[in-house]
Write a protein of this length. Structure first.
Lengths: 245, 343
């Protein structure tokens, strides 16, 4: 197989992966964020303490999280058909990907929001802020660097899931690697696919880390990473060196 | 301005009950700086959080500026609209500042105004005015992480004043700061109290805070107010632990058969030559064991520990003479000096 033969295949597979991961990430973030916040708010001692809601929601998230993706995909087939009218193709794959991504992201949101200093919540309560104000102006903005890191993790997990979705007719890079690389012994194409995935994941991780760190630095709960510190070290403070070491 | 009556707070967790507040009656007059001092676990924190109902008292009432907040409380853990409005008229500053790290200094000060629904223009004008008032006009665009502890607390104070409150609650506002910064923050609170007629209720475990800015003080122990009053009332109360802690005098008695007295002077009495009068009138030798003059809550106060020859029974008349002169006399028992109260 020559490069000119591979190129259109790769281009289409990349586009399909992008569609699957893009839409499912969007849905996972939009739905998972409120669920994650709600898990914190309804917990014991939370602003909207409500044990039944918290326990139910927690259980649903746990069950969805513990189900292997390939089984979730099969289990959701009739639902997928109801939503998209088909169970084949990348549009159809978005449904199980999104549903797998929601609880994944929700748990990460829960952890991130829990990290927000309770004193800030108290301060806004003392100003007369209501729960919605606290969510909007304190919990989400203060957790933003962590939320971005969580989104990065979710995107990468969904790329992994999308390869699985590909094998059952979702298309995308995973599907390409299996169909051509494995089943037709086109190992050249398989390695290129693997390389594309590796590069994509590295770029996403780097971009996510960079965004999270920029926000973090602005918020400044901790300084920039040790490398940046070394590069910018104007004053060779002993503290900096010990931190790097 | 702030009145609590019979304020009780009981925490229940897993069947155990902890009484944090046990019938606290507090009265803070308009325009004064009132300090509540006590050791950790005495219930100070619960008290200040009950004043704006961040903590819901188990029993008792809280009235701020004539409004019974406990009646507004409503049921359930969430605060109703009226209570939230009432809170927006009470400023609060915190030990750990509680500034939002993702917002600039100016945006932090604007936050209470956003909650009050003010327009953008109005908010930024007010925020800049307040930052100027606390001496941070040049830091408006900085992030909290770029500020020192003292500067952060100034931002906290500016933020607390954004809603034009009549009352400011201070929860250990200076406890995380070094002594010099503490002094400047206390000075700022004092200035605001005078300039804006702000009533300040502060809780602290540092006697110096009470000494430098409070008009009135209360000592809290195990959820109860043990002593309270204006600083001059406290200093005039024989055996007051707070007075002794606010203004300690030391000095050991030289022999067993002596009478040791702590003499406290305030105002008029301080200008009279009482000691030499005493010495001349009764023809006794008086030794001074220790003495100090200090300013407590803006009052000039002198305290002196003197020793008279003979036991107390022999000195009833001279002690009576001193009391007649308007001095406050505490007889120091045994070798034990007046025990120091809360530190």
């Amino acid at each position: 197989m020559t490069w000119s033969e591979m190129q259109p295949l790769l281009a289409q597979a990349c586009q399909e992966t992008l569609v699957m991961v893009g839409w499912s990430t969007l849905i996972a973030v939009v739905v998972g964020l409120p669920i994650g916040v709600l898990l914190v708010l309804t917990d014991r001692g939370g602003l909207l303490q409500n044990t039944p809601v918290n326990k139910t929601l927690g259980q649903i998230v746990n069950i969805a999280r513990s189900m292997p993706f390939i089984i979730l995909m099969v289990a959701l087939m009739s639902f997928t058909r109801w939503v998209t009218g088909t169970t084949i193709g990348s549009e159809a794959a978005v449904v199980p990907l999104a549903i797998g991504g929601i609880p994944f992201f929700a748990r990460l949101v829960e952890t991130a929001v829990r990290e927000v200093d309770g004193g800030l919540v108290e301060a806004v309560q003392a100003m007369g802020g209501n729960t919605w104000t606290i969510v909007r102006k304190v919990l989400v903005p203060e957790a933003l660097p962590s939320l971005i890191a969580s989104t990065t993790t979710t995107v990468i997990a969904l790329i992994g899931y999308s390869a699985m979705a590909g094998t059952v007719g979702g298309g995308g890079l995973g599907d390409l690697a299996v169909r051509y690389g494995y089943q037709r012994f086109e190992s050249g194409l398989m390695w290129i696919t693997v390389a594309v995935l590796a590069v994509a994941i590295s770029v996403i991780q780097f971009a996510g880390d960079y965004a999270a760190r920029t926000l973090h630095r602005r918020g400044g709960r901790s300084g920039p990473g040790p490398k940046l510190r070394l590069l910018k070290a104007k004053e060779p403070a002993a503290a900096d060196i010990s931190k790097v070491a | 301005m702030i009145t609590t009556s019979g304020l009780t707070k009981v925490y229940r967790s897993r069947g155990r009950e902890v009484t944090a507040l046990d019938g606290v009656d507090l009265h803070v007059r308009e325009g004064e700086v009132y300090g509540v001092i006590g050791q950790s676990g005495a219930g100070k924190s619960s008290l200040i959080r009950c004043v704006n109902l961040l903590e819901r008292p188990t029993a008792g009432t809280v009235t701020v500026a004539g409004q019974d907040l406990t009646a507004l409380a409503g049921r359930g853990p969430r605060a109703g609209k009226e209570l939230r409005q009432a809170r927006s008229r009470i400023g609060m500053v915190f030990q750990h500042f509680n500034l939002l790290s993702t917002r600039t200094v100016q945006d932090n000060v604007e936050l209470p105004l956003e909650i009050l629904g003010r327009s953008g223009k109005e908010r930024s004008a007010k925020a800049l005015e307040l930052l100027d008032l606390v001496g941070l006009a040049d830091k408006a665009k900085s992030y909290p992480a770029q500020l020192s502890g003292g500067q952060k607390q100034r931002v906290g104070i500016a933020r607390a004043l954004a809603g034009d409150p009549k009352v400011l609650l201070s929860d250990e506002a200076t406890s995380a700061l070094d002594p010099e910064t503490t002094r400047s923050i206390l000075q700022l609170l004092r200035d605001l109290n005078r300039q804006l007629g702000l009533t300040v209720l502060l809780i602290t475990h540092e006697m110096d805070v009470v000494k430098s800015i409070c008009d009135s003080a209360a000592l809290m122990e195990a959820g109860r107010i043990v002593e309270s009053g204006t600083v001059s009332e406290l200093l005039a109360t024989p055996g007051s632990e707070l007075a002794a802690a606010l203004f300690p005098v030391t000095g050991e008695r030289s022999a067993e058969d002596r009478t040791v007295l702590d003499v406290t002077f305030q105002g008029e009495a301080a200008t009279q030559p009482v000691i030499s009068q005493l010495s001349r009138t009764y023809n006794i030798d008086i030794s001074i064991l220790g003495a100090a003059i200090d300013t407590v809550g803006g009052l000039q106060v002198g305290r002196m520990r003197i020793e008279l020859p003979g036991r107390y029974e022999d000195n009833v008349v001279p002690v009576g003479f001193l009391r007649e002169q308007g001095l406050q006399i505490d007889v120091v028992e045994g070798t034990e000096p007046i025990k120091e109260g809360a530190r």
